[in-house]
Each structure stands twice: as structure tokens, then as C-alpha cells.
Ligand binder design. Structure first.
Ligand code: NAD
Ligand code: DAU
Length: 343
């Protein structure tokens, strides 16, 4: 059946993968991307969709109720991904996290309630649980966010739950783990370290590098969004993870090995404030819907590295644009900025 799907944040990393996936998987669907094209949004991420008559792009902000109202007319399903997403940026400057992640989500929910959409999938994060001390977190674990990013996402998550309870809006929530793959903005660990290593720059590992993240390949993430959007129970929350826990140090060793770069590039620096030691999710609930990760981690990591090696034209201009932010971060964490090659 023909459906109109609105994807917010569709010019970002996960949103662009979801957009291309839905256009391909559902030839009867129309996909509308609403994106403010912040520093993290990039029209080039949607190049493959341009020219497709079932694809529409709206350059707009989720904080603008008028724009969201216009975008949601005739829409059956919403996938809300638009957010400020980088923990370090939230520590350095939290403002936009509150206005976009919390207030922007409120605008999306409020308009969805007025329009009466069939499904509203809110993309939250595993960071809302805070650090997993021993056992993996199930969906009913308490929220203990530690960074301004995680707290803003927790606020949005709670609002989405409230809209289901109070107004019976058919809200579904996913809480995915650390995701990686092509087109991820080169501020997040894997693309940041790959692009730094390719330029022979030191890789700043925070603290002792033994923090654990549960790595999920973007193709598996997007299939999880598809399954929850179509088969999930409104009002329910679904964790999404491959149960693939790795330390940051292990990831760094793997990246250097794939790239054939020396271990000497590793530089231990001051730790991130309130750095969550480990995230770990119980994923029984989404697996019961029929989802399971398909990617082999090592293969997916090699594929991702290869994409960055082959797409310097995508990331080099980005690195030039974010010089000021990087300088700020480097001062903050005490990172050496010079190139290592030729020392
Ligand atoms: P991203 O930073 O790559 O992309 C975010 C997109 O949102 C960009 O295209 C940006 O332009 C857009 N955006 C930002 N503010 C906006 C606004 N006010 N109005 C409209 N558009 C706006 O993010 P991502 O990594 O693809 O993450 C997408 C979603 O998934 C986020 O909600 C994030 O919290 C969540 N998530 C991400 C991960 C991960 O590891 N990347 C894991 C779990 C959950
Ligand atoms: O867990 C899901 C979350 O994963 C998402 O909700 C966020 O949007 C996403 O940014 C990500 O958050 P993290 O803080 O885990 O991701 P990041 O890539 O920033 O860092 C991953 C780990 O690597 C973390 O322990 C911090 C560490 N790190 C990161 C950078 C950028 C370093 O040691 N050095 C670095 O330079």
C-alpha cells in the first residue's frame, strides 16, 4: 500500500542510510526528508535518492512548528532522527542539544498528534541508561544519563512516552547502541580515527581507552528501524544492539591494523568528563520481533575503513570546516595537534 514516510535528520549518517533503504525496499513508499542541514547534515549523503520521484527534500528545522506542520500533511509514518548527536559538543556547548533534541522532539510529537499519524518512531539512544555497571540494561532499566547529550535524549524519550500515554499517539521508541559505517561524520570515534590515521595524525584516546561500547553496523541499525516501524507495538521501547562489546583500545588497534599504520599514533589524553565506562543492552525484545544483526563485525569495519579511504572528497572539506571546533576539543582534552609523519 502507498505510504508517505517523513524522516527527520535524513541528511545525516543513519537518516541517509534509512532513506535509501526505504526507497529501495518499499517501491510504493514516498519518502520526505526534513533536515536543517546543520554542520552534520549533508545533501551529498542523499545523492543516490536525488531524481527519484518518490523522494522529497525539505530544508527545515524541527524547532519550527510551521515547517513541521507543512511537512507532516498527508504523512502516514514519521521516523524522528534529527538531533544534535555528539557527546563532546554537548559538553562544550549544550544549548542546541536542549532546543533541538528536547524542544524539537516536542514540536514533532505535538504536530503528529494534531495531524494524526499512523506511526511515530522516535530514535532515542542507549546513552539514556547511563553506564551499565554489571548486567546489560533491559528496556525497563532506569534512565541515568550523564552527559548533556544523553540527558537531552532522555528528555525527548520521556516526552515521546508521555505522548503515547496521554494522547494515545502511536509512538514507538528505539534505543540503539554505537553505530558505525560509511558517511558517519568524522567527529565520532571510528571515522575520526580513520581520517586522522590517514593523515598520520595522533589518535587521542580518552582516559585509559578501556571504555566499552557495543558496536552496531549501520545496515543492521536501519533494518531494526524498519522492523520496529512496521511490526513494533505502539507504546513500547526496543533496545537495538549487536551485543558486540569492544574497548576503544581494541577498536583503535583494529583500525591501525587495517590501515597498516603504526601503534605509535595512539596518544592517551585526558578523559572525557563523566565518561560512561560501558554500555550494554539486553536485546531480547527486538529479537523477538524477528530482528538480528547480520553483519560480521570485522568485515563491516574493513568495509567502513575502505569507504573513507576511497572518499577523501567527502571528508576532507568537512575536516577543514571544523578546524575551530577541533582546536577547542584539542585544547580541552590536551591533544597534540601536529602531524606525526616526518618527526
Ligand atoms: P548525525 O549527527 O549524523 O545527523 C543528525 C542530522 O540531524 C543531520 O542531518 C542534521 O542536519 C539534522 N538536524 C540537527 N538538528 C536539526 C534540527 N534542529 N532540525 C532538523 N534537522 C536537524 O546523527 P546520526 O548519528 O545519524 O544519529 C541520528 C539519530 O540516531 C539521532 O537521534 C541520535 O541521537 C540517534 N542515535 C545515534 C547513534 C549513533 O551511534 N550514531 C546511536 C544511537 C542513537
Ligand atoms: O551509544 C550511542 C551513542 O553513540 C549515540 O547516541 C551518539 O549519538 C554517538 O555519538 C555515540 O556516542 P559516544 O560518545 O559513545 O561516541 P563517540 O564516537 O563520541 O565515542 C565513542 C567512544 O570513544 C567513547 O568512549 C569516547 C571515545 N573517544 C571518542 C573520541 C571522539 C575517544 O577515546 N577519543 C575520541 O577522540
Amino acid at each position: 500500500m502507498s505510504k508517505r514516510v517523513l524522516i527527520t535528520g535524513g541528511a545525516g549518517f543513519i537518516g541517509s542510510h534509512l532513506t535509501l533503504y526505504l526507497l529501495h525496499r518499499y517501491p510504493e513508499y514516498e519518502v520526505i526528508v526534513l533536515d536543517a542541514l546543520t554542520y552534520a547534515g549533508n545533501r551529498a549523503n542523499l545523492r543516490e535518492a536525488e531524481g527519484n520521484r518518490r523522494f522529497h527534500f525539505l530544508h527545515a528545522d524541527v524547532r519550527s512548528r510551521d515547517a513541521v506542520q507543512e511537512a507532516m500533511q498527508g504523512v502516514h509514518m514519521v521516523v524522528h532522527l534529527a538531533a544534535e548527536t555528539h557527546v563532546d559538543r554537548s559538553i562544550l556547548n549544550p544549548d542546541a542539544f536542549i532546543t533541538t533534541d528536547v524542544y524539537g522532539t516536542f514540536v514533532m510529537l505535538e504536530v503528529a498528534r494534531q495531524v494524526g499519524v499512523e506511526r511515530f518512531l522516535h530514535v532515542s539512544t542507549d546513552e539514556v541508561y547511563g553506564p551499565a555497571e554489571t548486567a546489560a540494561c533491559a528496556e525497563d532499566a532506569p534512565m541515568r544519563p550523564t552527559s548533556p547529550y544523553a540527558a537531552s535524549k532522555a528528555g525527548a524519550d520521556l516526552l515521546a512516552q508521555a505522548y503515547h500515554k496521554t494522547y494515545h499517539l502511536p509512538v514507538l521508541i528505539v534505543r540503539p547502541s554505537n553505530t558505525f559505517g560509511p558517511r558517519q561524520y568524522p567527529e565520532k570515534l571510528i571515522p575520526f580515527f580513520v581520517t586522522r590515521a590517514l593523515n598520520d595524525l595522533p589518535l587521542p584516546l580518552y582516559g585509559d581507552g578501556k571504555q566499552v561500547r557495543d558496536w552496531l553496523y549501520v545496515a543492521d541499525h536501519v533494518r531494526a528501524l524498519d522492523i520496529v516501524l512496521h511490526k513494533g507495538q505502539p507504546g513500547e521501547v526496543y533496545n537495538v544492539a549487536a551485543n558486540n562489546e569492544r574497548t576503544n583500545l581494541e577498536i583503535t588497534h583494529k583500525l591501525l591494523q587495517i590501515l597498516g599504520k603504526p601503534e605509535a599514533l595512539i596518544q592517551f589524553v585526558q578523559d572525557r568528563p563523566a565518561h560512561d565506562r560501558r554500555y550494554a543492552l539486553n536485546t531480547d525484545k527486538i529479537r523477538a520481533l524477528g530482528w538480528q544483526p547480520q553483519a560480521d563485525f570485522d568485515t563491516a569495519l574493513r568495509e567502513t575503513v575502505r569507504w573513507y579511504v576511497q572518499n577523501r572528497d567527502w571528508w576532507e572539506p568537512i575536516l577543514q570546516q571544523q578546524t575551530e571546533y577541533r582546536q577547542f576539543v584539542e585544547q580541552w582534552y590536551g591533544v597534540r595537534g601536529q602531524t606525526v609523519s616526518g618527526r
